[in-house]
Design a binder for this molecule. Structure first.
Ligand code: NOJ
Length: 510
């Protein structure tokens, strides 16, 4: 296990929207290099970079055309290597995004595979035997290439699924087993991509749709086996490299597949959702002050997952990511502060989505850009300061428009405001780095009654108390300690600790 993960706090950068250093309207790698000090000062010592590879951008770069080439709009491979180097000099790590489940339909592997003539790449993707064969349970593109066969897609139509084989074979005439040499070759091709960037200085990967490799693999045993092989490779050849999975199943992703971290994602009705997003636009989120939420789903889902995986890896909370509406669409500013204080004091390895530190808003009215659709509103340019494009770009045609409201938050107007989300995030991350008990490995004891809000949690010598509600609340506890940090106020009473409305308190236990 790479030791640096225990104290890692990640910052997710959507490169096209972060900082445009050359005025062409699109964020770039040199822009990220210029802003490394900003990220570091915030307390984040690691970055997850969304895909920066050559791509036709039908899905914002998750449709890779060349895994080994930086998209010219972001810069060159040398720029990316310089980003790794500069980050390392500052004690920071960079994870690239690995997209192993599919490529763009313009990737040379696919342009070769879809030809009628047979080649060594004919099985790199999943084609049926003839175009008349299109089983409805699979998502197929039908009758659109020279080759007599339909091909399976993994996400959008432009993203054909790479062939790692089928665990359960229902159509032997075109489904290959996972140990077929051509499926094993796909695994090797992806390992080759990983080695290519790790050799150049990348610190690891966020793995897109990590559970999607092998088809007809309901229990994900065959998919986990592939990742276990990848983990063995890392342990042997790159022991400091880390992988985080987009999976949201810690037992499978961490214990079985060997990921160092697994994202806690927002899925309808799951624990993450019920905590921060739940119900009708946040009405039933546990952090909503109106009290209609509950901890139940979170406790029942997260705690067993944490217990079962904590000795093998980390569950990663995130403030948001590029796939869902920003939390500002669901909760008020005060509630968001409590959410952030919670996320950055939980075990595991937390991720901060760019712009969440200033409370950037979800821009719901935008026309889809590069396959973003409803996600586009969370992908708008970073808001740095007053002025043209809020400091993102000098271009007249930025990648997406910035927030046009008069009171749009910017780094400039939030950074020194003690009442800002920025101040909370920066302070809490600093405390996480300061106290070992608050880091990734620190123990967790959740203190709650029947899923009721408010709640508290103890991490070694630190006690956190959270009252998301709009009324005064008392948490029953015998613990007493000295205040380290608080949002709102508290007092010690006979039966426990009484918290003011919408408050968060961190105590160092005596
Ligand atoms: C998950 C990524 O986060 C998302 O943005 C992308 O569209 C899909 N996977 C497909 O790669």
């Amino acid at each position: 296990m790479p030791a640096w993960l225990n104290d890692a706090v990640f910052y997710e950068i959507y490169p096209q929207s972060f900082y445009d250093s050359n005025g062409d309207g699109i964020g770039d790698i040199n822009g990220i290099i210029e802003k490394l000090d900003y990220v570091k000062e915030l307390g984040c010592n690691a970055i997850w970079l969304n895909p920066v590879y050559d791509s036709p951008f039908m899905d914002a770069g998750y449709d890779v055309r060349d895994y080994k080439k930086v998209a010219p709009r972001y810069g060159t491979n040398d720029d990316l290597i310089r980003l790794f180097k500069t980050a390392h000099e500052k004690g920071m790590k960079i994870l690239l995004d690995l997209v192993p489940g599919h490529t763009s339909d313009t990737h040379p592997w696919f342009t070769q595979a879809k030809k009628a003539e047979h080649s060594e790449l004919s099985n790199r993707y999943i084609f049926t035997k003839t175009v008349w064969d299109a089983p409805p349970q699979y998502r197929m593109m039908c009758g659109i290439c020279e080759r007599d066969g339909n091909y399976m897609v993994n996400y959008f139509s432009s993203q054909p699924a790479l062939n790692y084989g089928f665990h359960e074979i229902t159509h032997p005439e075109w489904q290959l087993p996972c140990d077929h040499p051509d499926c094993l070759a796909t695994v090797e091709a992806i390992k080759d991509v990983m080695r290519f960037w790790l050799d150049k200085g990348a610190d690891g990967f966020r793995v897109d749709m990590a559970d999607s490799l092998v088809k007809n693999d309901d229990e994900k045993v065959a998919t986990a086996k592939i990742w276990r092989g990848v983990r063995d490779m890392l342990d042997k050849e790159y022991p400091n490299a880390a992988m985080v999975s987009e999976w949201c199943s810690p037992e499978r992703a961490i214990n079985n597949a060997g990921f160092h971290m697994d994202f806690y994602l927002d899925h309808a009705g799951n624990g993450y959702n019920r905590m921060f997003r739940g119900g009708d636009w946040g009405a039933e989120a546990a952090f909503n002050p109106n009290g209609c939420g509950s901890l139940k789903e979170f406790v029942e889902e997260y705690l067993p997952a944490y217990e079962i995986s904590k000795n093998n890896g980390y569950i990663s909370f995130m403030t948001n990511n590029h796939d869902m509406p920003r939390v500002t669409a669901y909760l008020d500013k005060r509630a968001i502060k409590l959410v952030d204080a919670f996320i950055f004091t939980m075990p595991g390895v937390p991720f901060l989505y760019y712009g969440d530190e200033i409370g950037m808003r979800y821009q719901s009215e935008l026309v889809s850009k590069e396959g973003g659709f409803s996600r586009t509103g969370s992908r708008t340019p970073m808001q740095w300061c007053a002025g043209k494009n809020l400091g993102f770009s000098t271009s007249d045609e930025p990648y997406l428009p910035v927030d046009s409201s008069k009171d749009a938050p910017t780094v400039e107007n939030q950074k020194d405001d003690p009442d800002s989300i920025f101040s909370v995030i920066k302070s809490v991350i600093a405390l996480r780095h300061k106290y070992d008990d608050l880091k990734g490995n620190g123990e967790l004891e959740l203190i709650y009654e029947n899923g009721r809000i408010p709640f508290a949690y103890k991490r070694g010598s630190m006690l956190m108390l959270v009252n998301p509600l709009s009324s005064y609340q008392t948490i029953k506890t015998d613990y007493r300690g000295e205040k380290v940090y608080s949002i709102g106020s508290f007092e010690t009473v006979d039966e426990g600790i009484r918290l003011s409305p919408q408050s968060f308190v961190m105590l160092k236990l005596s």
